[in-house]
Design a protein around this ligand. Sequence first.
Ligand code: CA
Length: 536
Amino acid sequence: MLSPLPFHARRVKLPCLVAAGLFSLLFHPVSQAQTSSAISPQADPSHPNIILIYSDDHAYQAVSAYGDDRKLIDTPNIDRIGNEGMRLDRCLVTNSLCGPARATVLTGKYNHLNGFYNNINCRFDGSQMTFPKLLQKAGYQTAMIGKWHLETAPTGFDYWNILVGQGVYYNPVFIKNGVKAQVPGYVTDLTLKDAIDWMNHRDKSKPFLLMYQNKAPHRPWEPGLDYLNFDHDRKYDPPATLFDDYDGRGSAEHNQKMTIATNMNKADVKLIPPRDLSPDQLQTWNAYYEPRNEAFLSAHLKGKDLVAWKYNRYMHDYLACVKQVDDSVGSLLKYLDDNGLKNNTLVIYSSDQGFYLGEHGWFDKRWIFEESLRAPLLVRWPGVIKPGSVNKAIVSNLDFAETFLDAAGIPIPEEMQGHSLLPLFKGATPTDWRTSFYYHYYEYPFFHNVSPHYGVVTDQYKLIHFYDADDYWELFDLKKDPNELNSVYGQPEYKDITAKLTAELHRLETELKVPANDPPGATGKGKLVTDPGDDH
Ligand code: CA
């Protein structure tokens, strides 16, 4: 058995926000020379418009371009981006959680350098270098619309209109350039409308960056009223691991609190309506859910039958949210077609992380395991990306900032930790492209009691260390065990590969400047809430 890595043998006594600022000062101050040159208008193809369509908790299993055996949903509009461009099959996130993922996208850095470890007590340090700031300084018009979730006001944007915190699905409160107001309607419609309005009224002499960020399909998965009957009461096939008993894995997997069986509440499964509905909206909502809920209650389901019912209700609600996101993507792409913007706009569809759709009996995310580690990533850039391309290299949300800067012809600051995806877009993955990836999750125990862990991921293996309340290692062989059900850590036949992966983990920790131990507050701590009704 291997010992825990020496990198976690000493303490770094800095609060997370202070640590972030200090790290950015210590390591790589931004070069002014890299950010001050103005660029020419958008007619110049070397300065494409950039639209990041970024949804929240959208699992790749619920994108038909990826999908799984269940064939959960058809998403023709999201698929169109990949069909007319590239589908990337292995986009891994640095930390499978909303705020930390967004901080990584903005900065091109891991959370130990951008300071946003968890959603509990971290606030994004908006004074640090971000790619929107660099695009703005270089002459791009920049906008951020929809879910932001980084606690502090956006910086580096000419226009921003963000949801308060998580935001709600119905009649949400937005903060537009600092002014707060409730807006009647459904959040996916409202976010699309504002994105289109902004593009209509932008300064058309400049290229633009639009970060178009949906709340959907985040918990509590409340569909738009027009989508309630979208699947005509379909019965969804369960995943193979819906009734996983976590045998073959350690205490963290046994002790988590994110199962469909015991951690979904009444609001999650729509036995009670959302609080935010207007009387008219509530009437339509009840007309759909009440008869179905009455049938459920009169059936008195128990055990696996009850879990199966909850799973089916979960799929209905989650996928209805996804369906409306897909339609909104269709509207956005049509706008680009109709306004002559298609050919000089880089369009990216992704999500802040993956999500469990019943695999291992779970909803939510957080783990280094495949469904939460991987995000969908589809990219279109006519003239640069050959239509119908597929790339299977390990890429990451860590690479987004570098890619956008490279696409705009702006030098990539040395302090960014990812790599531009442009060579991959052009069909030429560099021979020295990464073959391993470092992952680190912190937030604990609030919410869902998922123990902090880090690890190294390759095409075939994952070596994982749970290091907080639980302290043990796991190793998964994805070729033999694609569902990640049996840790082979410590087995003699895996001794050599374990040594190689351990060395690679050390190398990555050094290269990525991972501190010796978590700074105080990195996990957020706080009281565990097992039935929160909402999460992050
Ligand atoms: Ca999320």
